[in-house]
Design a protein around this ligand. Structure first.
Ligand code: NCD
Length: 390
């Protein structure tokens, strides 16, 4: 069997691979860019002729799906799309696992978006073409992060030692989870500005602390100048309760001198958290950010499909991929993933995925779900609770 490159997490790519994608994206902008608009691709190549991309989206999308499709078409390839789960066999109860097995015979790569955390990993287990995660529940959105980092790099000329404030729903925001790992890996400092009760999940904080040594994470109530303010929307579709207060970034908020040079970024769509008046301000960078998605996704597709001259370096297992053994607790007796939104708990796809975990070498022992990467922080406690309940 050929070994495939899937991109389900930003940590599936090594730093040199991310750099390779950026170098290629810059080349596309240079060769195929709009001569009047520096972030816009205006021409196409023939590199992808005869290749097909499928976009399989179970959740709403504008930018991710259309910029992937635009990217594939600009590469000279073609696209097929399933964008409305109500109009596909998903409405008849078809599993994601069956859908990607079939689609693997219809296309050369598949971009998947799904409401369940860990769905992309499940898709990668069943597909025989590369799976690219276009956002899986609250887990990750790695290609958004590639676009974000590329924007940061182009606008600031470096990724090192930037103070990047992340604001809003840090709990459910998948763009945030991929982004903080990447910032940590490329040496930027993370400044947390969560909405009340919407802080980074415990397992994400734990990973930053233990797997990305040297990462600087701080709270926002300091006066140090911020280089980038990354705003996100409240992820209402993933949150059990509405929040009463949520940051609202407007020109008045940006008057604070620590934001005087801050680029304002946002993965979009915005709702009320980012005032449209900011659009006129020179610090607004979010439309460039959305535009850079095209060259970056062209570069990623070209790399995953092997269209570029310089292919992915031999797959080295991604960035510090957990090397621990996978443990599969016996069915019926096993510990289940602690995240209720994990794909293993899905009524349909749960049948295609077993509870399995990486055993992390920590004290107390932790188990990390293979699919959604949520940890069971206290394995002994979980086992005791299970014993008491049975
Ligand atoms: C994000 C997503 O889907 O996670 N959108 C996007 O892809 N640019 C952000 C969001 O929906 O808030």
């Amino acid at each position: 069997m050929r070994s495939l490159r899937h991109v389900t997490s930003i940590n599936d790519l090594t730093n040199p691979e991310v750099e390779h994608v950026f170098a290629l994206a810059s080349q596309y902008l240079k060769r195929l860019g709009d001569k009047d608009i520096p972030y816009r691709i205006a021409k196409s190549t023939k590199a992808g002729q005869g290749r097909l991309l499928a976009t399989l989206f179970y959740e709403p999308s504008t930018r991710t799906r259309l910029s992937f499709e635009s990217a594939m078409l600009r590469l000279g390839g073609k696209t097929i799309s399933s964008a409305d789960p109500n109009a596909s066999s998903a409405a008849k109860g078809e599993s994601l696992a069956d859908s990607v097995r079939m689609l693997s015979n219809y296309a050369d790569a598949i971009v998947v978006r799904h409401k369940r955390d860990g769905a992309a990993r499940l898709a990668a287990e069943y597909a025989h073409v590369p799976i690219i995660n276009g956002g899986d529940g609250a887990h990750e959105h790695p290609t958004q992060t590639l676009g974000d980092l590329f924007t940061l790099r182009r606008e600031n000329a470096t990724l090192k030692n930037l103070n990047v404030a992340v604001a809003g729903d840090l709990k459910h925001g998948r763009t945030i989870h991929s982004l903080v790992y990447a910032l940590a890996r490329f040496g930027s400092r993370i400044v947390l500005m969560p909405a009340p009760g919407m802080g980074l999940p415990e397992h994400v904080r734990w990973r930053l602390r233990h797997e990305f040594p040297g990462t600087v994470v701080s709270e926002a109530d300091q006066d140090k100048p911020i280089d980038v303010l990354y705003v996100t929307r409240f992820q209402a579709e993933r949150a059990a309760n509405e929040v009463s207060t949520y940051p609202r970034i407007d020109l008045k908020f940006l008057d604070d001198k620590k934001f005087s040079r801050a680029r304002v970024m946002h993965p979009l769509p915005r709702v009320n958290e980012l005032h449209i008046d900011v659009d006129r301000d020179a610090r607004a960078t979010y439309f460039q950010q959305a535009a850079y998605a095209v060259p970056v996704r062209m570069a990623l597709l070209s790399t995953v499909l092997g269209l570029s001259e310089k292919k992915f370096a031999h797959y080295a297992g991604g960035f510090r991929k957990v090397k621990e053994e996978l443990v599969e607790p016996p069915a019926g007796h096993g510990i289940a993933c602690a995240n209720p939104n994990c794909i293993v708990h899905d009524e349909i796809d749960g049948k295609y995925s077993a509870n399995k975990f990486y055993a992390l070498p920590s004290e107390p022992p932790r188990l990390r779900c293979f699919y959604c990467e949520t940890d069971i922080a206290d394995v002994r406690g979980a086992a005791r609770t299970r014993g008491a309940a049975s």
